[in-house]
Design a protein around this ligand. Structure first.
Ligand code: ADP
Ligand code: NA
Length: 325
């Protein structure tokens, strides 16, 4: 539609990895050609998660920002900013906190994991879907690129938008919809989902030798001993990881050669390492450029922060007017 606005954030909780690049950021880059896009580094969310000490949040913010630019996000086409530098996120979060029943948050499916992981559960972490709603609705976001794991949170954003509109008798906030990613969830080097919590990632900082080494360590097909044995690509994480970087024709060709015993695992791993490196090398080069030119990096951030703040201030002016504060 004409009023479509894309909003998405990424938490600065570590060095970005291939899962983040293919699973999230590639889609961000594609969307910036068609829609107004607001992309932010979610440092408040990192703080609420308590996974990081705040010193690391700043360091990781720098790395994630460098990554956003390295993958091709354009500060002119997209509004790229740092959440904590636009204080209106917290103002709207507070207003939404006033109208969000605790029961909605207790229904959050990831709450069980959070209760287990955090001892004790911080109040802010319970409320993070409310902050997420504020993050999106501050820019009247209608489209939210999310990973498949994140859809339930967006339902709370829609409920909050509906509740605000009905409580105050306005058609003010849109109901944001998920935009699903075409890329599969990438496995890490141990076969589980690639995630920094599992230490199984290939990161944007890895050099060619490291990429080769990590791919070589991957488990392919435990039943395949000789090259001529038929392989089982469906359970092979080398094959699954490769899918994130090649087209379906390529993937099908590999599949056929593998099940016919025409492609050995060692050869396949070398091919995958090359494919990944071809993708990663230019991105990694730009990434290190920005880390080495910090002043330029922070200048780009300030530019985005100001662009975001303009829109955020306008929304908050309207919101305060609607609720009569
Ligand atoms: P991590 O699991 O390493 O902590 P995050 O939760 O910070 O990564 O994820 C940031 C973004 O990257 C999210 O949009 C998420 O859906 C996406 N993402 C993370 N890991 C993967 C993966 N292995 N495959 C595809 N997308 C991923
Ligand atoms: Na995660």
């Amino acid at each position: 539609a004409n009023n479509d606005v894309v909003v998405s954030g990424i938490r600065p909780t570590g060095v970005p990895h291939l899962g983040n690049l293919r699973g999230a950021l590639q889609q961000w880059v594609d969307l910036q050609e068609k829609y107004p896009c607001f992309y932010f580094i979610a440092d408040w969310h990192a703080l609420f998660g308590l996974e990081e000490r705040s010193r690391e949040i700043k360091e990781n913010t720098k790395k994630v920002l460098a990554t956003l630019l390295a993958v091709g996000l354009d500060p002119e086409k997209s509004t790229i900013f740092i959440q904590s530098q636009v204080p209106e996120h917290l103002t709207l979060f507070t207003i939404f906190s006033a109208i969000t029943p605790v029961g909605w948050l207790e229904r959050n499916p990831t709450l069980k994991d959070m209760v287990r992981a955090e001892e004790p559960l911080p109040y802010g972490l319970l409320g993070y879907p409310v902050l997420q709603a504020a993050d999106i609705l501050l820019y009247k976001g209608t489209m939210v690129p999310v990973g498949k794991d994140q859809q339930p949170h967006l339902e709370i954003s829609r409920e909050i938008a509906r509740r605000f509109n009905s409580l105050f008798g306005v058609e003010f906030f849109p109901e944001p919809q998920a935009v699903l990613n075409e890329y599969p969830v990438l496995p890490g080097t141990d076969g589980r989902k690639m995630s920094k919590s599992y230490s199984n990632v290939i990161s944007i900082e890895d050099d060619h030798e490291t990429v080769r080494f990590k791919v070589r360590q991957m488990i392919t097909d435990p039943q395949k001993i000789r090259k001529s044995d038929p392989g089982h690509p469906d359970i092979c994480s080398v094959f699954q990881l490769e899918k994130g970087f090649v087209d379906s024709a390529y993937s099908k060709d590999i599949y056929d050669r593998c099940v016919q015993g025409l492609l050995g695992c060692v050869e396949h791993k070398n091919m995958l390492a090359d494919i990944i490196w071809q993708y990663l090398e230019p991105i990694r080069e730009k990434y290190f450029y920005y880390l080495e030119h910090e002043e330029e990096l922070w200048k780009i951030a300030s530019y985005g922060n100001e662009k975001a703040e303009k829109v955020a201030k306008e929304t908050m002016r309207e919101v305060l007017d609607i609720i009569g504060l």
